[in-house]
Design a protein around this ligand. Structure first.
Ligand code: FES
Ligand code: MG
Length: 575
């Protein structure tokens, strides 16, 4: 394998190349794993960051996946070493995996820098594992390639497709409305999650896999291949092989991911009907790479990008269908000149070159630009006196009749308050009410949970209401749907105007105009904010570090002290 980069200059030589006591120590203990002396001859050391955990079912097949990556690294003449990172599973971690995204990014960054790695392969699956690994690796900026775990196979239940999250949200509302029994509900559990892999809808995990591919950080086709498909294994092996070449050519992450790549990713996110969470994660990643990207760019850059992919939650199909239809390369090809096709990717070719031969096998699943599902599928950014630093809404997952709506507020102070009152028959609520949830933002919760798609009050469900305007400083699952305004910044706990809303105040949402306003006099809002008492923040442990340093949603909710690209240089040795 040709190496442009002189082997002697690889950073792993600082560990394994020495002939003093430290060189001895660095090699000797590695040999207890059966690593022969020839592996220390200056070949690239490729770290494989594995987010395997039994408690992250989406990533539970990663031990096997890592073996395929290792084989690829070995085959290309590299030295593979696997290392763990705290695994963030959406379904089990409490109070919310988002509380730990930055923590894991810090762990990954420090693990890469502290160890003799020349390049990294990131094994990403469940929602937060992709952004946290990308953010950590970005701050080190070594040659980096992403291998996604892949989605679960399509769920089937009672003769119909059931998608992770999306169908669950629907079914649980049916249970609350008394239309589905508990036994039936339980029987759907294994039917929805019927194989290894992450959510099979276009939720945050699939979205982030698409973002990694659109940013150029994966081999073509990575995003959609099902977890258990043979082609996932082949891709893992190819990626390990490719990682060695990336080190040889010294292609660091910052050479692949530029501002143009982010614009591509933002447009692709619109075309796939991707998750609102991608906004937070891309903003945070751009911050790590020191690339200037702001919340308004999501609205501006993706304006008039059509919705091409008919997947839940915005549509009806699932990831297995998306893969069979040709996957993300077809979407990229279809978007054509809307994207910057000259953007580089990790296989050494441009985005355009990688997708030139892509074939659409199912035009129901992936539409053409001329016959899209929606002409403008961007995530809309809202501003106004209720969200001075911005908020967002995903029109593709909302009800068209509610995109312009004025209604009286009904305010809940956190989820405990909401759960205690939502099904009260005396709740003063009708279909025009605007449900407000506050103190569920980055600082207020803390951790910004996925609760923004508030369940509807039972009495309205029973009356046939299926959507209402809901506004919060929280997030929502990428698999969720509804007219849900999210990420309001600043959040109530940071002194944002959500804290000033009272029951009955009129709230005006106008998505086309990009506005979100509280129809109350400015002086009254000011007076109420001065009198507001935010809940006490945690004062010890990790949560106190989190509330002290977390940035607001419009900055990606990263920690202030983690923004930036610090590189991988390390000084001093341990003996
Ligand atoms: Fe892991 Fe959805 S729960 S991807
Ligand atoms: Mg999710």
């Amino acid at each position: 394998m040709p190496h442009d980069k002189d082997r002697a200059t690889l950073r792993s030589r600082e560990w394994f190349g020495g002939s003093d006591i430290n060189g001895f120590i660095h090699r000797s203990w590695m040999k207890n794993q059966g690593v022969p002396d020839r592996m220390f001859d200056g070949r690239p050391v490729i770290g494989i960051c594995n987010t395997f955990s039994d408690l992250t079912p989406c990533n539970a097949h990663f031990r096997e996946l890592a073996d395929h990556v290792k084989n690829g690294v070995l085959e290309a003449g590299g030295f593979p070493v696997e290392f763990p990172a705290m695994s963030l599973g959406e379904t089990i971690i409490r109070p919310t995996s988002m509380l730990y995204r930055n923590l894991v990014s810090m762990e990954v960054e420090e693990s890469i820098r502290a160890n003799p790695l020349d390049g990294v392969v990131l094994l990403c699956g469940c929602d937060k594992t992709t952004p946290s690994l990308l953010m950590g690796a970005a701050s080190c900026d070594l040659p980096t390639i992403v291998v996604s775990g892949g989605p679960m196979l399509n769920g089937r239940w009672q003769g119909r497709a059931v998608g992770s999250g999306t169908s669950l949200f629907e079914m649980s509302e049916e249970v609350r409305a008394g239309r589905i029994g508990e036994c039936e509900f339980r029987a759907a559990e294994a039917a929805m999650a019927r194989s290894a892999g992450h959510c099979n809808t276009m939720g945050t995990a699939s979205t982030m896999a698409c973002m990694a591919e659109a940013l150029g950080l994966t081999l073509p086709g990575n995003a959609a291949i099902p977890a258990v498909d043979a082609r996932r294994r082949l891709l893992a092996r190819e990626s390990g092989h490719r990682a060695v070449a990336l080190v040889g050519a010294d292609v660091r992450m910052s050479r692949i991911v530029t501002r143009a790549s982010f614009d591509n990713a933002i447009k692709v996110n619109a075309a796939i009907g991707g998750s609102t969470n991608a906004v937070l994660h891309l903003l945070a990643l751009a911050g790590r790479l020191e690339i200037d990207l702001g919340l308004d760019d999501f609205d501006r850059v993706a304006r008039n990008v059509p919705l091409l992919v008919d997947l839940m939650p915005a549509g009806k199909f699932l990831m297995e269908d998306f893969h069979a239809a040709g996957g993300l390369p077809v979407v990229v090809k279809e978007l054509g000149d809307l994207l910057d096709g000259d953007a580089p990717t990790v296989n050494g070719r441009t985005l355009r070159e990688n997708t030139a031969d892509a074939v659409a096998w199912d035009r129901e699943v992936i539409r053409t630009v001329d016959e899209p599902l929606l002409p403008d599928a961007r995530i809309a950014v809202l501003r106004g006196n209720l969200a001075p630093s911005g908020a967002l809404v995903k029109p593709a997952a909302a009800s068209p009749h509610l995109l312009r709506h004025t209604g009286p507020a009904l305010v809940f102070d956190g989820m405990d308050d909401f759960r205690a009152r939502v099904d009260d028959p005396a709740l003063p609520v009708d279909a025009d009410t605007v449900l407000i949830l506050r103190h569920a933002g980055p600082r207020g919760f803390p951790g910004m949970p996925e609760v923004g798609n508030l369940p509807l009050p039972r009495k309205l469900l029973e009356a046939g209401v299926r959507d209402m305007v809901r506004i919060s400083d929280a997030r929502m699952s990428g698999t969720a749907f509804g007219t849900v305004v999210l990420h309001v910044a600043p959040e109530a706990a940071a002194g944002g105007p959500l804290a000033a809303v009272r029951d009955g105040d009129l709230v005006a949402l106008d998505v086309a105009a990009g506005t979100l306003n509280l129809l109350v006099d400015a002086e009254v809002i000011e007076r109420r904010l001065t009198a507001a008492t935010p809940p006490n923040p945690p004062t010890t442990g990790y949560a106190s570090l989190y509330v002290e340093h977390v940035l607001q949603a419009d900055r990606g909710a990263d920690f202030d002290f983690l923004v930036g690209r610090r590189g991988a240089a390390v000084h001093g040795d341990n003996h």
